[in-house]
Design a binder for this molecule. Structure first.
Ligand code: MN
Length: 533
């Protein structure tokens, strides 16, 4: 069992107030889960305690750590939302509520829904801290997946690979991403995981001794150039990511040169480029393999110089060069923008203040919580040396809206980009379905199953009976009532938005001639064409 001391021990310079807060929530959560057990038979509280420790390791603040401690407490009915708010404040309740809501969206392995569900989770997590707690929660659940009944393991592992690891990646949390993937891999494809692990061991053993020699050589070469305080580590490629690369390279391991890469971490950007020069002066680089992700960061903000060189000591090796700051961000991503060690309590407080002002729509508020710092970054007056507080992919979007002064318009524009005219709907069981905007219950029924569309009797939206021409809105819970004797009518063709529904209705009506009806909305014709399913 992770103790409260261990959690506090991971926090970077916590205040007395923070310590007291975490201690109080720890005691409360422990009591709330009293008597409950995990699948393993251990006390349930080991799970929230471990989740909180992960959050502390990621440098999160006291409120987020407390949310980790209490994230399952409300749902299991051991403590009320009111009690949490009264004892620990609105902000904590807000995050706990968000995590609980996210838990309701389930993934059923329908491939085309994976991306939409991913985007939905990102969007409905009204505060990015909700996603970070959710990722820490998932991380510990993956660590203990062996205790979960066998028939559930694969689904959970697949969901981790297809939904949560990509979210971690999107947030720039490289360490979380690759650890989640490697925890899930053996449950999804045990043979491949075993095979990949053996291959990796073989190659790593060979390369590692060579890399130690390369390190010694570089130490000498770099000191000649005046780069004295640098450190290196050997980065071993994640198993899942190696597996993916092997598939791309026709299962030929000799074509992969970054299984074990040498990472050089330097104090400053200038020293990074000096190091690259020294490496290339000493070892012959392989043409076309130099990637300057410092000048051109990856969309999730990743920054580093990658080059592949031929060494007598270790053969062909990849060398990655980055600053400490880039290294930290590559591992912790958006979480590193939120550590109070770096920014004081500003960001947490900022998010809190922004939230207090309440929005028309919660779905964009975490994006919004980043906006003040985001706008800051785009202002040249801020100086180029200040650490970027918002992830670059958000900054890029911000640049696109730099002309827009009001944050309202800004967020609207951002949302447009995120959702590109799709809406997200739910079945009563919580499965997510995405459809073009202005879709109707008929489209929804056909999207689930042809049979459900063909025998659609009535539709309920958010518990209320609606007519078939009702335009659905984002987040609606749609229930389709089916009856064998119900059949499509030609009138339905006026009320559908998707070509799938249109096609099925025409089939059911025995219409063979080409559809001469005008599309439901002419002006959106091009949009429908471009909509991907
Ligand atoms: Mn949990």
């Amino acid at each position: 069992m992770v103790t409260v001391k261990e959690i506090i021990g991971e926090m970077p310079s916590p205040s007395a107030e923070d310590i007291a807060y975490v201690e109080k929530t720890y005691a409360c959560a422990e009591k709330a889960h009293e008597g409950q057990t995990r699948y393993s038979g251990e006390p349930y509280f080991i799970h929230p305690a471990a989740t909180a420790k992960i959050l502390a390791e990621y440098g999160m603040g006291a409120v987020t750590i407390a949310a980790g401690l209490l994230h399952d407490a409300v749902e299991d009915g051991c403590i009320t939302r009111e009690a949490i708010e009264e004892q620990f404040g609105k902000e904590l309740l807000f995050i706990v509520d968000g995590v609980t809501k996210l838990g309701k969206h389930r993934y059923r392995g329908i491939e085309r829904h994976a991306e939409s569900l991913r985007r939905l989770l990102v969007a409905t997590a009204s505060d990015v801290r909700v996603l970070i707690v959710k990722l820490a929660d998932r991380y510990h659940n993956m660590e203990t997946l062996e205790h979960v009944p066998e028939h559930k393991r694969e689904r959970i592992a697949l969901e981790t690979l297809e939904i949560f690891a990509p979210i971690a990646d999107r947030l720039g949390m490289g360490k979380m991403k690759s650890e989640l993937e490697d925890l899930a891999f053996p449950y999804v494809d045990p043979d491949a995981a075993h095979h990949t692990a053996e291959l990796r061991n073989l190659v790593t053993k060979e390369t590692e001794t060579g890399l130690v020699k390369v390190h010694k050589v570089l130490q000498r070469e770099l000191s000649k150039k005046g780069v004295l305080s640098f450190r290196t580590d050997i980065r071993i490629k994640g198993l899942w990511s190696l597996h993916q690369k092997l598939k791309r390279k026709g299962d030929d391991i000799s074509r992969i040169h970054d299984i074990a890469a040498l990472r050089i971490i330097v104090p400053t950007l200038e020293e990074g480029y000096i190091t690259l020069g020294a490496v290339h002066a000493h070892y012959k680089p392989i043409p076309g393999e130099l990637k300057d992700y410092i000048s051109f960061p990856k969309p999730n903000g990743y920054q580093s110089l990658h080059t592949t060189v031929v060494t007598p000591e270790a053969g062909i090796v990849e060398i990655q060069i980055r600053t400490e700051e880039m290294h930290r961000r590559a591992q912790f991503g958006i979480a590193s923008h939120m550590t109070y060690k770096q920014l004081g309590k500003n960001v947490e407080k900022l998010a809190h203040d922004v939230q207090k002002s309440r929005f028309s729509s919660l779905s964009s508020s975490w994006v919004r919580s980043l906006i003040p710092s985001l706008m800051h970054v785009t202002k040249p007056a801020d100086g180029p040396d200040k650490p970027t507080k918002a992830p670059p992919w958000l900054v890029e979007l911000a640049d696109a809206y730099a002309e827009v002064s009001g944050s309202e318009e800004f967020v609207e524009g951002l949302k447009e980009d995120f959702f590109s005219h799709r809406i997200f709907l739910f079945t009563p069981k919580g499965d997510a379905i995405d459809l073009p905007s202005a879709s109707t219950p008929i489209d929804f029924a056909y999207a689930i199953h042809t049979d459900l569309g063909n025998h659609l009797l009535r539709a309920k939206v958010n518990g209320k009976m609606v007519s078939f021409d009702t335009e659905l809105s984002n987040g609606d819970v749609v229930e389709i009532i089916r009856r064998d004797s119900a059949n499509p009518s030609a009138k339905w063709l006026d009320h559908v938005k998707t070509s799938l529904a249109r096609k099925q209705i025409r089939l059911a009506l025995g219409m063979t001639e080409p559809d001469k009806r005008p599309p439901r909305r002419r002006k959106k014709l091009s949009r429908r064409k471009s909509a991907k399913h």
